[in-house]
Design a protein around this ligand. Sequence first.
Ligand code: CMX
Length: 134
Amino acid sequence: MIKQLEHIGIAVKSLESAQMVFDKLFEHKPYKSEAVASEAVETTFYKVGNVKVELLVATDEGSAISKYIEKRGEGIHHLAFEVDDIDAEMERLGKAGFRLLNEAPKAGADNKRIFFVHPKDANGVLVELCQEKS
Ligand code: CMX
């Protein structure tokens, strides 16, 4: 079951300059920064009520974030929804005909297991499903 919107991922060119903007916007600092080598990204997370905002910067040219910025510029990259059972959700969405971008849930930032649904199967929105690692 999908429980709630967990975070909004925003692709940026520079974490330093984006943080200056979002610190001012939210009137507080991020609660964590973390590199995710497997995704070739560095991330910074803000809490805004019950939702998080994840700033994402590419660490190499092959990163999904590099490609996204090259093609579409900075902006909202994905919506991430928290699920109660990520393996069951992966099976459900696969059976429902969504193209899944992972064979199995993988390790993501902020202590999560994650997988992605192709944006072309969700009206142009890259959807991440995530569950806190136990
Ligand atoms: N949101 C909406 N559409 C997107 C998109 C996004 N984030 N990224 C790509 N697209 C669109 C492209 O614009 C393109 O559309 P058109 O054909 O109409 O131009 C289409 O999807 C194909 O895109 P592409 O540039 O050719 O890129 P790829 O096919 O190589 O990859 C995607 C696209 C989504 C499959 C790939 O980026 C992916 O597997 N993403 C999941 C992993 C990821 O995004 N990791 C980074 C975040 C990690 C984290 O949160 O920790």
